[in-house]
Design a protein around this ligand. Structure first.
Ligand code: C5P
Length: 309
């Protein structure tokens, strides 16, 4: 996580990556409705930017530009606004803090890449620096967990094991830099709807465990083993809700991907390529098929939310 150092500037800018899940094992829902997870998060080089500037006390505004901007809520349900308000609530005497937030999006909305969570994490870090708060990275990560299950990982980045409902994160023993091709869907998928469908398809799911073959592949830094070990318990549900994703996954494998998986609750499909030139070829071939809205290349792992000068 970026260190929280004081800023004398009027604005603070933070860059924050998307995530994919190399593995996502899901158990039966808990009493609070959330699902216990054993997941391996992996931050990739597809970034949103969030800038925080001073605003009147207790005034919080947000504007959004870029990829899918028209689908991002601008009210208090916006995760960046929620993050700024949560931080102010804990640290501002008598509602003395406010912030004006500006988000530049490259991460698709409702894509299974934790774009909204990334914006929440970036807003937390940007406001903590803007307001010059005396807050430890650990405390920031705790607040992040209150905003959403994927938000602590967006602060941490790299490759990390997630447990609890996803909010408990610990760096994974992992080697290597991997080349990914991401295929964005034409339509988003609601995370809650995908989890609901998972429950219908998988009654009595056992407690989740991180797969040993995946952790072994990461320890060895072997892309072939990693490609074979990618897996996602939510994938069958996502494929039933958007059956065309089957063809997307199959096509990427036919074009030589080492592995293919739906990221998180989808619909983004992530393909592991055998090096940079293989990734270029794969992305050109996939784009040519017209099966997805857009295709992007990315590398991972990359660090979590960081200040930009
Ligand atoms: O934590 P977050 O607000 O990002 O989760 C969005 C939705 O995804 C939740 O409302 C819930 O329906 C579902 N979810 C879940 N179990 C998890 C994480 C998310 O059921 N571990």
């Amino acid at each position: 996580m970026g260190s929280v150092t004081p800023s004398t500037r009027t604005g603070v800018r933070v860059r924050v990556p998307a995530k994919i899940n190399l593995a996502l094992k899901v158990g039966a829902p808990r009493r609070d409705g959330y699902h216990p997870l054993a997941t391996v998060y992996h931050a990739v080089s597809l970034y949103d930017e969030v800038e925080a500037t001073w605003a009147n006390p207790d005034e919080f505004t947000v504007k959004v530009d870029g990829e899918g901007a028209d689908q991002v809520p601008l009210d208090s349900t916006n995760l960046a606004v929620r993050a700024a308000k949560l931080l102010a609530h804990h640290y501002a005497p008598r509602d003395s803090l406010g912030a004006s937030l500006s988000i530049k999006k490259s991460i698709p909305v409702a894509g299974g890449l934790a774009g909204g969570s990334a914006n929440g994490a970036a807003a937390l870090l940007a406001c903590a620096v803007l307001w010059d708060l005396d807050i430890t990275p650990e405390r920031l990560r705790m607040l992040a967990g209150e905003i959403g299950s994927d938000v602590p990982f967006a602060l941490l980045g790299g490759t990390a094991v997630g447990s609890g409902r996803g909010e408990e994160v610990a760096p994974a023993l992992a080697r290597g830099m991997y080349h990914w091709v991401l295929a964005f869907g034409y339509h988003g998928l609601s995370t809650a709807a995908v989890y609901r469908h998972f429950d219908e398809l998988t009654p009595g799911a056992p407690p989740p465990k991180v797969p040993a073959d995946l952790m072994n592949a990461l320890r060895r830094g072997d892309p072939r083993l990693l490609g074979a070990a990618l897996n996602n318990d939510l994938q069958p549900a996502a494929l039933e809700l958007q059956p065309q994703l089957r063809t997307v996954l199959q096509t990427g494998l036919e074009y030589g991907a080492l592995g293919a998986v739906v990221s998180g609750s989808g619909p983004t499909c992530a393909f592991l390529a055998d090096g940079e030139s293989a990734a270029v070829e794969l992305s050109v071939s996939l784009s040519g098929e017209g099966l997805c809205r857009a295709v992007r290349r990315a590398t991972g792992p990359v660090p979590g939310a960081r200040l930009i000068d």
